[in-house]
Ligand binder design. Structure first.
Ligand code: NAD
Length: 304
């Protein structure tokens, strides 16, 4: 059994596989190299960097590759439908990173409210802008969560513990024991902070029209997928003070995001590191071990 972990893998998972005599390659192959080597592996594990498109899947057809694992949640870098059509199973590790993403979002929320990212920039240039940096408390403010799945719910509990009032909108979930569902427009109109936790939608969910419904001076955070916010509209809203601050972990162009956005004084930005904690990576490794164990059992069953 040979695994290619093309975007790396938690060291403990690598060790565990080696103990089970499963070979794990953690070298990164670029697209052309991947097309050559993919035939040598039973399982391909990727994070978000490796794009598993039709070309890559075609190179694997008729070889021993039978499973692709996304070490993370979003499957938008994998042509899931095509892989399944060609008999290749695709799995992800949906639960492992929820807490870590929710904590990062809170970091952006607090950082923006208290000018932490911009203070670092201006102080490193020798400025002492104490009078310009009167922020706002998050205590007592309304947080509108759009997309109330694993991460949205984890964020809701943390924000509540900090004294925020949480409301949510979800396209499919209309009820919750603890939190109040509202329509999208109601959330946009009444939230002081908005955080996005939906899967890639193809089209921006938040554009000029949605921004126009928001409160003046709203804060917005996107740690879901680039493109969920129309970045051009966001820049306009930051420049006209409609939006007081934006916390971004994901971008339309990764790894080369729009620098007008990253350099904007009202933006707190991180390079898609929502799941990049030691604990999340360990949990992802554990989930992958379970997936591979299950796969090995199925393969054995089929052989017998
Ligand atoms: P989830 O599937 O548990 O929750 C997503 C929720 O969004 C679901 O409840 C679904 O009903 C809802 N939804 C779907 N389409 C919607 C729409 N158009 N409008 C409103 N709601 C909609 O997923 P999750 O684990 O909470 O992850 C959410 C997002 O976070 C995903 O896009 C994922 O890729 C992203 N993510 C980012 C990082 C990071 O590093 N920044 C890490 C993990 C996950």
């Amino acid at each position: 059994m040979k695994i290619l972990a093309n975007d790396g893998l938690d060291i403990k998972a690598v060790k565990k596989f080696k103990e089970e005599d499963i070979e794990v390659e953690t070298n990164h192959y670029d697209k052309d190299e991947l097309l050559e080597v993919i035939k040598d592996y039973d399982i391909l594990i990727v994070r978000s960097a490796t794009k598993v498109n039709k070309e890559v899947i075609d190179a694997a057809i008729g070889t021993k590759l039978k499973l692709i694992v996304r070490a993370g949640v979003g499957l938008d870098n994998i042509d899931l439908k095509y892989a399944n059509e060609k008999g290749i199973d695709v799995r992800n590790t949906p639960n492992a990173s929820s807490n870590s993403v929710a904590e990062l979002v809170l970091g952006h929320i607090i950082g923006l409210s208290r000018f932490i990212p911009i203070s670092k920039v201006t102080m490193s240039e020798g400025a002492w802008n104490k009078k310009s940096y009167t922020g706002v408390d998050i205590y007592g403010k309304t947080l509108g969560i759009i997309g109330f799945g694993r991460i949205g719910k984890a964020l809701a509990d943390k924000a509540t513990a900090l004294g925020m009032k949480v409301i949510f909108y979800d396209k499919y979930i209309k009820e919750d024991n603890k939190y109040q569902y509202h329509t999208l427009n109601e959330v946009l109109e009444s939230a002081d902070y908005i955080s996005l936790h939906v899967p890639a939608t193809g089209e921006p969910l938040i554009g000029v029209k949605e921004f126009s419904l928001m409160k003046d001076g709203v804060f917005i955070v996107n740690a879901s997928r680039g493109g969920i916010i129309d970045e051009r509209a966001l820049l306009d809203m930051l420049n006209t003070n409609k939006v007081a601050g934006a916390g971004l972990d994901v971008y339309i162009d990764e790894p080369n995001p729009n620098l007008d956005i990253c350099n904007h004084p009202k933006v707190s930005c991180t390079p898609h590191i929502g799941a990049a904690t030691a604990e999340a990576q360990e949990r992802i490794g554990d989930e992958i071990i379970d997936i591979v164990d299950e796969f090995c059992k199925q393969v054995k069953y089929k052989v017998n």
